[in-house]
Design a protein around this ligand. Structure first.
Ligand code: BMA
Length: 359
């Protein structure tokens, strides 16, 4: 009997020790991202495997795979409308399908990043309604605080449902409350003060990790790019080193103004790299693209020339919207950029999912 008690005691100590040393899956992802950065820049695409320029909802398809035979290293998905208990997101992609694609991407060795465009919590209009003083209400009014906590419970349920067959949680990069330096979202610069924004971001993390005990989130902070950005400006809404793992910017080549885009991208990435070094954070171009891709050599001639000098974790191209021909940001079969994208694919430093398998 005594021997049995002793053995049980040892087992208990051993289990606790293993538990204490066990790394969070989010920390494993952060270490892996730091390692991968040494090999090159991972290429990503929003909604890549669920629809493309000329198709939607097919399985095992991707505009990038149609052109290169390979999936992107990073896939982005959006959780907008999960807060309303909708079964599809704001772009009509079923959440079941998103869950499935996240797990598939993880199993093939790829990375996943999630954005969230929730409806305005006060006005119930879209994410692009800056009215209602929503951040202040979530922070100081019990009714809205409760409502927000309810929303995060739904996010938590979804994130904790991301697991492989053997029960391991899938780590993801979560990028909530993005582009706050612009005034178009209800969490943006015209709707709250920088202090309120920081508290709101911190609250989000504290609830998801403190109350819901999620351990699979890598946190990303991504203001919009700006002309002549300074470090101080970049950090205006920064919630703090303990809340953020990856810093990024969202910057687009709108109106086919390649010169303006290249100049701004280089200048902004310089600032971002300096901030990343000082704060020991990974750096990414968290959203980008040339709207409608009028320039057939844009990928190698414009984007890559600007990106090449920098050490970045990843770049995420925005979606080839099935519902809006204006929102085309990625190549596809038969598109004028197809040949150039193949060249972009073959560059040693651009990483797609096959390049990650062994790493
Ligand atoms: C925006 C646009 C919208 C879309 C949203 C979420 O930038 O692409 O059309 O609904 O992202 O994907």
């Amino acid at each position: 009997m005594r021997v049995k008690i002793f053995l049980a005691f040892c087992l208990c100590i051993a289990t606790n020790m293993i538990g204490a040393n066990k790394e969070k899956v989010s920390d494993e992802l952060i270490s892996r991202l730091a390692e991968l950065k040494k090999s090159g820049i991972m290429i990503g695409h929003q909604d890549d495997p669920v629809y493309g320029r000329t198709w939607k909802w097919e399985l095992n398809r991707s505009d990038i795979k149609d052109v290169t035979g390979d999936y992107p290293a990073v896939m982005g998905f959006d959780l907008g409308w999960i807060e309303c208990d909708s079964i599809v997101n704001l772009d009509h992609v079923p959440f079941e399908r998103i869950r499935r694609e996240i797990i598939l991407q993880h199993e093939r060795g790829g990375i996943v990043t999630l954005s969230w465009h929730p409806t305005n919590i006060v006005t119930r209009q879209s994410a692009w309604d800056p009215n209602g003083n929503a951040i202040n209400k979530v922070l100081h009014n019990d009714t809205y605080r409760k409502k927000f906590e309810g929303w995060l419970a739904k996010i938590a349920a979804f994130l904790s449902s991301l697991q492989t067959q053997d029960g391991r949680k899938v780590p993801i990069i979560f990028r909530p409350w993005h582009e706050m330096s612009g005034g178009w979202f209800w969490w943006g610069k015209d709707s709250c003060s920088p202090e309120e924004y920081k508290q709101f971001y911190q609250l989000t993390k504290n609830i998801l990790e403190g109350e819901h005990k999620l351990q699979n989130i890598v946190w990303s902070f991504s203001p919009g790019g700006e002309e002549n950005l300074t470090e101080e400006q970049y950090l205006k809404y920064y919630p703090g080193d303990e809340y953020v793992d990856i810093i990024g910017i969202d910057l687009y080549d709108f109106n086919a103004d390649n010169a303006k885009y290249s100049k701004q991208l280089s200048q902004n990435l310089k600032v971002l790299n300096a901030v990343g070094k000082k704060h020991h954070k990974l750096v990414a171009l968290t959203e980008t693209g040339a709207q409608q891709l009028p320039d057939s050599r844009w990928f190698t001639n414009v984007l890559w020339k600007a990106l090449k000098p920098f050490s970045l974790s990843y770049v995420l191209f925005w979606r080839n919207a099935w519902d809006n021909p204006k929102e085309i940001y990625m190549t596809s079969k038969g598109h004028r950029t197809e040949a150039d994208f193949k060249r972009f694919y073959r560059l040693k430093k651009t990483l797609f999912v096959n390049d990650l398998k062994t790493k």
